[in-house]
Design a protein. Sequence first.
Length: 441
Amino acid sequence: MVKLKKILFVSFSGLRKEAIASVRIYNLIKELSRYNNIDAFFPNLKESGNDLYSYDFVNGMYLYDIKQSIFIHKFRKKYKEFSYLDIQKNNNNNKFLELINAFIVNNIFFYNFVYSQKNQRYYKITYKNYYLKKIDIKNYDVVFTSSNPSIMNYFGYKIKKKNPNIFWVADYRDLNQNNPNKSDKFNFRGKKMDKLAFKYADLITTVSQGAKEQNIENAKNIGFDIKNKSYVLYNGFSMENSSSEPSSEEKLDSLFVDKDKIYIVYTGTIYPLQKIEYFLKAIKNINSIKFIYAGNSHQLIDFSVQELNLADKVINLGFIKKEESEYLQKKADILLLLKLIDGDKDKGIMTGKFYEYLTKNKKIMVIGDRDNEFNSICKNLKNVDILPYDTKKIVDYLNSLKKEELKENYDPNIERFSWENLAKEFDDFITEKLKERKSLR
């Protein structure tokens, strides 16, 4: 009889349904629990009900303490100009603001703070030695830590020091260094957390080949070679979840009343190098298109709508619940995805939203054609059309669309990105690594 591996998952993300990062952790744990004994070590969010995922398939659930930070909440609310996104949106060339922002983002927000959209509060994570007294670390074969925030690598390091025989997997959902969505200036804590992972982790996982290569370069720049211990663990989707129908929302149904319009939906944050303006300029003189946006970047959309006089073509819902966001995607004719306009920085940006979109069996319109890895993945996918950041070509594409042809179309090629397949491949890989290690002793 094969002995099941005992795995400990340590993450901030995983519980909150509102956070797309939670989808990665939740589905990976759920699938791995079919072949392993798994415990989870998550933050004590003091939340309940439908706002959190249920982990009834794990053996044990442990919680570490976190605190709400009223100071940081008030600071960000009052000093919006310190936000990197706002600096970029407003084309603010104030170098002093950029430097202050870089220091704050790298050493506070990316390091040990997370934000909850549900209650509009910041949480601070601080590692305490007594956390591990709750858990018998010596019982585990594998520990899997997932960042961001980057302090999760410190949790992995402390666990590895306590049990040197444990196989530590350091998962990077985002890069700590050379991340296109933030500056690298004053990145003291991010580099420190990278050093711990690059030196002590047995395996470094990232969400794309491009991110893997960048992490290898980051490691090389600080004196480590991680080529032989790097692994691409793509984001994915659950076949189980994708077959279920979202519950009907009357207030959302009422948005799709015009049967002659083609409804294009975008859900989520729009980052500085994702230029929604190209798309909005393209729909200005196309009467058949209606655009619905839902997410944190509602102020950016409002500004563009006002500037381009698009009030009759754009519905801006702002931040909505995850269930409502999923329902919008299900009702849409086309789902819009934005890649980065800077091709060099776009390498390896594989947002979880893309895989979420795939499950809706809808046409996906991607703007941004400079990421070769992404383009290669999409070659075999029926429902994905990739366009350059060129307003005329976007206009031509939109004018070629016919409402009656935009029907749901299931593509079996997407199944390679199901968590059922991704987790099984990953589990087999870890099993082999553990066997190799055992044979060397």
